[in-house]
Ligand binder design. Structure first.
Ligand code: NAD
Ligand code: DAU
Length: 354
């Protein structure tokens, strides 16, 4: 088959990446989608069982910091687009091991940029490097109702957000210095199926089903803006196809929740879907030592994306939360495999010896 485009999606075995891979593989049968993932603890090919055998899907187990391997992929697949999601993504881990975050998020991004620049030098085709970033680069807001816009100055606080901010700067530098066609998007907190149960929502669903304590950092007053992951994947599709090179787009749900309020809503939905009395598990809440440097509030202004490119979130939060809890309870095998580590065997069964 002659594909109209060959697109690398990095981090495709992770949470958001798997939704982006699924969307592109299904929606664009004329694109060859190359999922490039190192399969760290966060990479799980079980997330992509339903598309693993599609003719337009390829998996490549590659570390984005390995410049020779990335150069080889660019040539072998004649790549014309990169959607870059691979990263270390968990703030708490970044506090414990900041060097790993600098390696993957900064040097990994720089490696991909360099390989793309070399391969696309003088390329007259429609090529694009799309960097997926986070609202955390903008720092923390107070409770004054202000929102992050694309013009908000960068002010990262955690090693994770500092590494993402640095990678964003390198992406812009490659545009401004070498003319590499790039777009960047900065998104708020995602939730939905296939999220690694170290992040708030899947961790708490897993703990509620097992009647384990729910560790709320500090008073639980911090605010996050939540977006259903499939809406993020749709936004990435929109920006990849309609965005203007050199531009940045904020993506968010206009959906701010104080942690403690979200946790109480989550307990009620989970209890109900487990057939327990609604709110029965409120006693699992335990206030624990706050996260170091815990950002108080994030809130995204996604007006530019909606006005210029016509994207809007499709789900109300209550609907999205119900759908999410239902998914984890219907897919307890997935949760059990991740918690036990069995998911890492799947790669061996599927791909070793191929
Ligand atoms: P995730 O941790 O679930 O997945 C990351 C993926 O990257 C994994 O599959 C992992 O194996 C892969 N990876 C890590 N290091 C690699 C390396 N050196 N080479 C190749 N692959 C490697 O992350 P996520 O939550 O899906 O986030 C994806 C991207 O979106 C990240 O860039 C993150 O900063 C950004 N983002 C996430 C959120 C969110 O709420 N989760 C919000 C905004 C932006
Ligand atoms: O804003 C986008 C970011 O959202 C992404 O860039 C990150 O990759 C993603 O991990 C997420 O970062 P957060 O730190 O906001 O997500 P997390 O799920 O870790 O925490 C959400 C909030 O809940 C935060 O205020 C910390 C709090 N929390 C988290 C955990 C894991 C708790 O109170 N208890 C917990 O056990």
């Amino acid at each position: 088959m002659n594909y109209s485009r060959s697109i690398i999606i990095t981090g495709g075995a992770g949470f958001i990446g798997s939704h982006v891979v699924r969307l592109f593989v299904n929606k664009y049968p004329d694109y060859r989608i190359i999922n490039v993932d190192k399969l760290t603890y966060a990479g799980n090919l079980e997330n992509l069982r339903d598309v693993a055998d599609r003719p337009n899907y390829v998996f490549e187990k590659v570390d984005i910091c390995d410049v020779d391997a990335v150069r080889d992929l660019m040539h072998r697949y004649d790549v014309t687009g990169i959607i870059h999601l691979a990263a270390e993504s968990h703030v708490d881990r970044s506090i414990k091991d900041p060097f790993l975050f600098a390696r993957t998020n900064v040097l990994g991004t720089l490696t991909l940029l360099q390989a793309a620049k070399e391969y696309w030098d003088d390329d007259s085709r429609d090529v694009l490097f799309y960097h997926v970033s986070t609202d955390e680069v903008y720092g923390a807001l107070s409770f004054d109702g202000t929102l992050f816009t694309e013009k908000t100055p960068y002010n990262p606080h955690s090693p994770y957000s500092a590494s993402k901010a640095s990678s964003d700067h390198f992406v812009r530098a490659f545009h401004d210095t070498y003319g590499l066609p790039v777009v960047i998007s900065n998104c708020s907190n995602n939730y939905g199926p296939y999220q690694f149960p170290e992040k708030l929502i899947p961790l708490f669903i897993n703990n509620i089903r097992n009647r384990r304590p729910l560790p709320v950092y500090g008073a639980g007053e911090n605010v996050r803006d939540w977006l259903y992951v499939e809406d993020h994947a749709r936004a990435i599709d929109t920006i990849f196809h309609k965005g203007t090179p050199g531009e940045t787009y904020n993506i968010g749900g206009f959906n701010e929740w104080k942690n403690i309020d979200l946790i109480k809503a989550l307990i009620k939905v989970t209890d109900r879907l487990l057939g327990r009395a609604e709110g029965e598990d409120m006693n699992l809440i335990q206030h624990v030592t706050d996260r170091a440097g815990h950002d108080l509030r994030y809130a995204i202004d996604a007006t530019k994306l909606s006005k210029e490119l016509g994207w809007k979130p499709s789900l109300q939060f209550e609907e999205g939360l119900e759908k999410t809890v239902k998914w984890y309870l219907d897919n307890q095998d997935w949760l059990d495999h991740v918690v036990s580590g069995d998911y890492q065997k799947y790669y061996k069964e599927m791909y070793d010896g191929r």
